[in-house]
Write a protein that binds this ligand. Structure first.
Ligand code: SF4
Length: 210
């Protein structure tokens, strides 16, 4: 079993949850966000020079992660699985989690817009689910990502019933040209009413405008 990995970024602070983390960035994503900063993660690859696919077995990845073990333990950090959409490779991630030190935090950064079967393998592996829901208005979501948000909402409601709400961290982006403060307020209210957590609002940086 191999993970199709775009990059491994060590010693990150304040970007992937508490403490010092290693971010493992996976290839491929079902969405096509207009301001995607990792557009080259999509498959099939457009002609793109310089982006290598790296294949690691779970054990090989663990060896890399272990290099920063002391930092994770001192700071409450650990592994962050990101992408792309890491849940496309959830069986691999589950295997990594079973081999990882129990004391390392395990976090996943996801859009949650995948089949539920992709969520199941890691349902109980994560200490934190960092979920970027874009916007709760389906027209805005679709306009921005090219995909419907109904599946994401269904998954989110299901997840809320399966895991403790303190493991759910919802992020709502300000997307210039796509959602207004009014739209964002509606998304915040929906999250409060339906998931019972206080979401984080942040601003996208418009890195690439395709
Ligand atoms: S979810 Fe992330 S990786 Fe996927 S298209 Fe959107 S910004 Fe890019």
């Amino acid at each position: 079993m191999f993970g199709d990995i775009l990059s491994i970024s060590r010693l990150r602070m304040g970007t992937d949850g508490n403490g010092i983390s290693t971010l493992v960035v996976f290839f491929d994503c079902p969405l096509h966000c207009k301001y995607c900063i990792n557009d080259f993660c999509h498959k099939p690859q457009k002609p793109f020079v310089g982006v290598q696919h790296a294949a690691f077995t779970p054990q090989e990845l663990i060896e890399i992660l272990r290099k920063d073990d002391i930092y994770y333990l001192m700071s409450g950090g650990g592994i962050a699985f990101g992408g792309g959409e890491p849940l496309l490779q959830s069986k691999y991630i589950h295997k990594v989690c079973t081999l990882a030190d129990k004391r390392w935090a395990k976090r996943i950064e996801t859009s949650l817009n995948v089949p539920w079967d992709n969520i199941k393998p890691v349902l109980y592996d994560m200490d934190e689910w960092i979920i970027d829901i874009k916007d709760i208005n389906n027209d805005i979501y679709k306009n921005y990502t090219g995909k419907d948000n109904k599946n994401m909402i269904k998954n989110l409601l299901k997840l809320r019933n399966k895991i403790s709400s303190d493991k759910i961290h919802i992020r709502i982006p300000r997307i210039v040209g796509y959602n207004s403060e009014y739209d964002i307020e509606k998304s915040i209210q929906w999250v409060r009413d339906n998931i019972g957590v206080e979401p984080e609002v942040f601003s996208y940086i418009k890195a690439i405008n395709r």
